[in-house]
Write a protein that binds this ligand. Structure first.
Ligand SMILES: Nc1nc2c(ncn2[C@@H]2O[C@H](COP(=O)(O)OP(=O)(O)O)[C@@H](O)[C@H]2O)c(=O)[nH]1
Ligand SMILES: [Mg+2]
Length: 567
């Protein structure tokens, strides 16, 4: 490993330590920034590499980690399960630490650890994080973790629980390497592709894992691999074969190869990863410091009376902005519900159409003539086909409506942020830097499957002894009523499939944009109010004259600008 990397790491630690000193010297409190500085220094010193296992729910993320650790320790399930990220560190002995809002709990018995993980880390055991868990750390004696590797099991994105998606996304900024898990039993969904694209630029390196290789034939697996290689070769600059792995966490096929690849990659690239990731984070810290100190300086320069007046007016404006935002949210909800209503109507229409075009005729014909099994299958095939055709059309139309509502409401979404920025200029003469990412509105589509797995209840009748001795006219009546139920069932299952997946897509899409703007607004607002509070307290404290305070703060500001040049 080149010596320059080592130098760079100590350079970063040095810059952060100096920033911390400058802020301390100011005599002002900068809790948020100091917390971030400490976190980053600790990361650089520990040289920990965080490997997060990510992807959509149910792809086998927890199972892959269990296989990597050679123990069924994390809870797995056929339902979306992991709700809180679990950070797994090396430890000589097993230990589980759960930090809740109120206390820290420790467990050392392996069986107990498994039970407690289920109770605290899963949606079932801890719905909507009622137990107020803030952090889960598992210490585990595994060779893989020994070299300062931290594995993170994340909740999947795109599950029906939006807060799980948020918890999964929150892990991304803390991660150095992403292990993206997909499975061949579900096609690569739009949700997965979008998530993958979003994660890639934020994480230094990603491994791509096709799990559940045992569920498909070798031939199908080759097809799946080809498909992914095609997509990923561009992303991995023609180097996909080094980053894409096929495994089965069930049979353990391919697990060792994956483990070795992660280990050797980290061995070679560790310092580089630490440097690149830290650089971005350090830049952000400096931005934050410049914003806060700039605001303090400008407000210090105001006469106390004027400042208090401005803070009062600023707060009134915030209340105004927020009540306007409430109204806007009401409007967004109405628009969203209209789309859901449209979807429901389309599904009802589709049900009617299916019944009138094949089922009713088939049942009428069957009542008169004989029941031909071939015809039954024809009806089923037709039902599947029409669902397959129409679901695409319905989804496209819903997507169009969602996007057009989002574009139409863009100004509404942005209003609180824009007004906040403007009021900060108006009252405190500070132009707050709002990170401007290009927002491109996208519909977060969920995969949808036409359910062709029909189990016909009428078929069971054939083997029923009692049924066999019935007169044939009776038999027919019973078969027909069973068939009718079976058809109803197929239509219901498929309609619900379209309904829930599409409603979920609509919800996810809206939640994503609402949360995005809300988060930014809240963060910036809090940081402004916090700084103003500090200025007010400082002005009332007469230890130094205001001129000296301003003078000192100007020195601090310039020192920070100077220090930032070294990043
Ligand atoms: N056949 C098979 N099933 C798997 C495999 N990996 C995971 N599963 C199953 O997939 C489901 C979801 O697994 P889980 O690890 O909870 O997924 P997560 O939500 O991504 O963490 C469970 O029912 C697992 O038993 C595999 O390699 N082969
Ligand atoms: Mg899981």
């Amino acid at each position: 490993m080149p010596a320059t990397y080592e130098n760079e790491i100590s350079n970063y630690i040095d810059i952060l330590t100096q920033l911390e000193k400058i802020l301390k010297k100011s005599g002002w409190e900068f809790d948020l920034i100091e917390g971030k500085i400490k976190e980053n220094i600790a990361k650089l010193q520990s040289e920990q590499i965080v490997v997060s296992v990510i992807g959509q729910f149910k792809r086998g993320k927890s199972s892959v980690i269990n296989a990597l650790l050679s123990e069924e320790i994390l809870p797995i399930s056929v339902l979306p399960l992991t709700a809180i990220p679990v950070f797994i560190y090396y430890g000589e002995k097993y230990e589980l630490q759960i930090k809740t809002k109120k206390e820290v709990l420790n467990f050392r018995n392996i069986e107990e650890i498994k039970k407690v993980l289920f109770e605290f880390a899963t949606e079932k055991g801890n719905p909507e994080n009622k137990k107020e868990v803030e952090e889960i750390k598992l210490f585990y004696p595994s060779e893989l973790l020994k070299n300062n590797i931290v594995l993170v099991d994340t909740p999947g994105v795109g599950s029906i629980y939006a807060h799980n998606t948020k918890a999964a996304e929150d892990v991304i900024p803390k991660s150095d390497i992403g292990v993206f898990v997909v499975s061949p039993d579900s096609p690569f969904s739009e949700v997965e592709m979008n998530y993958f694209k979003k994660v890639l630029p934020k994480i230094k390196t990603s491994f791509f894992v096709i799990n559940k290789s045992d569920t498909v034939t070798e031939m199908d697996l080759e097809e799946v691999k080809k498909f992914y290689f095609n997509i990923l070769d561009k992303i991995f600059n023609g180097d996909a074969k080094n980053y894409v792995f096929t495994v089965s966490s069930k049979t353990k096929a391919g697990i060792n190869e994956l483990k070795e690849a992660i280990k050797s990659y980290i061995e070679v690239k560790k310092t580089e990863i630490l440097i690149d990731v830290s650089k971005e984070r350090i830049k952000e810290i400096f931005n934050l410091a410049k914003n806060e100190i700039g605001l303090i300086l400008n407000s210090l320069k105001m006469p106390l009376k004027k400042l208090e007046e401005n803070i009062g007016l600023f707060n009134d404006c915030l209340s105004d902005i927020e009540s306007k935002a409430d109204m806007i949210n009401g409007n967004i909800l109405i628009r969203k519900n209209k789309i859901v209503e449209y979807l429901e109507n389309k599904i009802t229409e589709l049900n009617k159409e299916i019944r009138s075009s094949f089922i009713n005729d088939f049942l009428k014909g069957a009542e008169k003539g004989i029941i031909d099994e071939k015809n039954i299958y024809k009806v089923i095939e037709n039902i599947s086909k029409i669902f397959e055709n129409r679901q695409g059309e319905i989804e496209k139309e819903v997507e169009k409506r969602v996007i057009s509502v989002l574009i139409e409401l863009k100004e509404d979404f942005e209003m609180p942020l824009k007004e906040l920025k403007q009021k900060a200029i108006e009252f405190f003469n500070i132009d707050i830097e709002i990170p401007q990412e290009a927002t491109e509105f996208k519909f977060l589509k969920k995969p949808y499957f036409v359910d062709k797995n029909f189990s016909f209840s009428y078929k069971l009748l054939k083997d029923n002894l009692f049924f066999k001795i019935l007169p044939s006219s009776f038999k027919k009546k019973i078969i027909l009523s069973h068939l009718k139920n079976d058809f109803d069932d197929i239509i219901l299952r498929n309609s619900n499939n379209i309904r829930w997946e599409t409603i979920q897509s609509i919800q996810d899409t809206f939640i994503k944009y609402e949360a995005y703007y809300y988060d930014k607004y809240e963060n910036i607002k809090e940081s402004i109010l916090d700084s103003l509070d500090k200025v007010k307290k400082s002005i009332v404290d007469f230890k130094e004259t205001k001129e000296i305070k301003i003078h000192n703060m100007e020195i601090i500001y310039n020192e920070i600008i100077e220090l930032a040049k070294g990043i």
